[in-house]
Structure formats: C-alpha cells, structure tokens
Design a protein around this ligand. Structure first.
Ligand code: SR1
Ligand code: MG
Length: 405
C-alpha cells in the first residue's frame, strides 16, 4: 500500500518509469528518456505531461486533497479521482470515440494516467478565438445520448442500475455543484464574485421570486433524480476538439443525476461564448456569422440528442412498458425543460458565482465586459423562468432567438 503524497514532475517521471518496467502500457520504449512538466490550470488537480525524446507522451492527473483554486482551506475528497477514472471507463465502454482513454489508475495515490490529447485544442480556447467545429454538435449529441441511455433505467436492469448509482455516489463534488450552481448566485455569499457595477443586476436576480423558485426546483431535481450517469461538468473546458475529433475529459463531478443537466451545461457554455462575442468580434457581419454558427450548433446538438434518445428508447429499451413511444415523448419533454433550466443556471452562475469563464473574464474593455455580463444574466434568468412553458424544442429555439436578438 502506497501512502498518498502530492507529486512533483520527478515523481511523475519515476512513476511512469515503474509502469514501463511492468509493461503496463505501450506508449514508451523500456529505455525511454522521459521529461515531465506540470501544466494544470484547472480548479482542482495537478496535471503533468510526461514525454520521451520521440514526443510520445501521456498525461498523469493527480487529485489534491483540497480545491486547488481556493487552497488548503477547502478540503476535498481524493475519491474524486476514482469517480473520474470509473466514469471514463464506463463512458469509454459505451462511446470510446468521444471519451479520453484511461491507461492506468492508482486509488491510493489518487492518480490516473490518460492518453495525451495535446494535439487537440480545448474547446473554450478555440471558441474564444471564434473557431468553428462542424462535427461538434453531432459528436456531443452522440456522446450524451449513448452514455445517457445505456446508463439509465430505460436500458439497465433495475438492480444493476441501483448498484451503479452506489458506485458513482459522489457527495462532496455534488455539493459543490449544489452550492455554486443553485444556491450562491441567489443570495449574498462570500464565494460570489462580480464587479460592483453589476450590483443592480445581481440584486434584481436575488429579488426575483419566480427565478428563485425555478432555481429551487432545478436543485431539487439535481439532488434527487438519479436518471443516468452524468459527466457532471460538461463545460467547454472539459472538451478537446479538432475538425474531426471531439473527446470528453474530466468527469470528476460524475454521478447519477437528471439527463438534462449535462446537455444544459453544454448549451449554457455555447451561449456564454455567444454573448462574449458581442465584445470580441468588432466587425458586425463576422460576428453575426460566428454567432449563427454557435446557435446552429446548439440547435443541431439538442435536436440530434433528442432524436437519438427517442430512437434508443423505442428501439433498444429492455423494458417493454418503457419502450412506449408516448412515454418516450413524455420523458424527452421533461428532459427538454430541465435542460433549458440548467442551461440558464449555468449562464447565471458563471457570471456572478465563484467559477467564471475565460470567454467573458478576459474581455479587456470593462464596459464591454459589463454589457456581456448583463446579457448573460438576462438570458439565464429568462431561460430558467420560461423553461416550463417550452413544450417542444421549437419553443426553446424561438425563446432563445427572441432573447439573443
Ligand atoms: C471549486 S470547483 C469550481 C468549478 O470548477 C469545476 O470545473 C466545476 O464547474 C465547478 O463548479
Ligand atoms: Mg474540470
């Protein structure tokens, strides 16, 4: 049994050398000369890249016993490394095309060795530069619908599903989302972060009783609706892309929750980028073209996600009573309304809560940034409040268009 300690670059090299000796994976030759550096800039973990002289490389990710972005005053379970590795294995078995591959996992050291996706870009960085990915919508829809369906009661035997719910019980990381997503933004809290100039808009949010009721309903569903094994943190920083490829990373917030949560988070991040582009792309025609691309990506992704789910339920469900097309439509209508609500909540919490997005925070002009933040708050609020009136995805798209124009 190895006792946990936090790695430095040399530890990462030594660890990988041991694995090479044991022939645990084939990335490196036995006599490889390795170098390593730490480059994690996320909120929680250490991330090392270990390379040989031929530029073969792997990623070693280690959980710290606290949230890196806050420090040791915010202790955090190391079990999140297990959750992340096991979600990647589960999702990879269903959808390897869009899931980062796990090469090795060590529970005592809370570390995972992963394939290096460094030849791809993080979606958020690419979208800040207004790059377009024509296959993104189809890929995200495929990943979310297949992993969602095959981990749900629509497919799994009830006892197997309940065993998986236990396996992926993730109370500490869920609590972060419960607080940051659904509670903090709607009250005065020291974790919140927004400029003084946004105070009136924030007060409006805090005083909107219909919005607070919507937040409470979304939170209650997040707490007590174990529909499927979610990624749990489907923002644009958890997705690697190029023109042909889309790969999901970082599901340490994974747990059994409402199907609408992941797709809602993903759409929220597209909309955060959409709003940020109002301050980023000066030329109107160019801006409109890129924003149209983002909106089309969102609409295509949602439409494909819904279509794939409907096909899976009616054609591959193991429970004849649930394979009923009328039930499938009912189920997907609830998912749509949840997704719209979670999408809106993502816009609000990324604007005034603890964890922001670089799409907005790196806008240099303060006034322009403020205007974007005001827009994301309005769009988020309207989505959350109006989600229950969207009976069909076309209602959602019409609402979105009315809010964005
Ligand atoms: C303290 S963790 C803050 C945020 O980073 C993660 O990626 C999640 O989105 C979380 O809400
Ligand atoms: Mg992450």
């Amino acid at each position: 049994m190895t006792e946990y300690f936090a790695f430095n670059a040399q530890h990462a090299i030594d660890y990988i050398k041991q694995l090479i000796k044991k022939s645990e994976f084939e990335t490196f030759q036995q006599d490889a000369e390795l170098t390593a550096y730490e480059f994690g800039d996320g909120n929680l973990n250490l991330v090392f890249r270990i390379s040989d002289e031929q530029n073969n490389s792997v990623i070693l990710k280690q959980a710290l016993p606290y949230a890196r972005c806050v420090g040791e005053s915010w202790p955090l379970t190391l079990d999140r490394a297990r959750i992340e590795a096991e979600v990647l294995v589960n999702h990879g078995a269903i959808c390897s095309k869009h899931t980062a591959a796990v090469l090795h996992y060590n529970p005592e050291l809370a570390l995972t060795v992963l394939e290096d996706l460094g030849h791809l870009q993080i979606l958020r960085s690419a979208q800040i530069k207004a790059e377009q990915f024509p296959l993104l919508a189809e890929h995200v829809a495929h990943y979310l619908s297949s992993t969602g369906f095959y981990n749900s009661d629509l497919y799994l035997a009830a006892q197997d599903k309940k065993a998986k719910v236990c396996q992926f019980t993730n109370p500490e990381l869920c609590q972060i989302t419960e607080d940051l997503f659904f509670s903090d933004p709607y009250v005065i809290h020291e974790r919140n972060s927004f400029p003084a100039a946004l105070a009136d808009n924030v007060n409006h949010i805090r005083n909107n009783t219909a919005l607070k009721l919507a937040a409470a309903k979304l939170k209650a569903k997040f707490l007590a609706c174990p529909q499927t094994l979610l990624h749990g943190d489907m923002h644009s920083g958890s997705i690697f892309v190029d023109q042909q490829t889309t790969k999901m990373i970082d599901p340490e917030f994974g747990f059994f929750g409402p199907v609408g949560f992941d797709i809602g988070s993903f759409m929220g991040n597209l909309l955060l980028n959409y709003c940020a582009q109002n301050a980023r792309i000066a030329e109107l025609a160019k801006r409109r073209q890129y924003q149209t691309h983002l909106l089309t990506c969102l609409q295509d992704c949602y439409s494909l996600f819904e279509q794939k789910w409907l096909n899976l339920i009616t054609q591959h469900s193991n429970d004849a009573s649930l394979a009923n097309p009328e039930f499938a439509n009912y189920y997907l209508q609830q998912v749509l309304q949840d997704a719209i609500g979670y999408c809106g909540a993502e816009l609000i919490r990324r604007t005034i809560g603890l964890a922001h997005v670089a799409d907005i925070d790196t806008i240099e002009d303060e006034q322009a940034r403020l205007a974007v933040q005001q827009q994301t708050l309005v769009v988020g609020e309207q989505l959350m409040v109006n989600a229950p009136s969207c009976a069909h995805k076309d209602d959602f798209f019409a609402l979105l268009i009315s809010l964005l124009n």
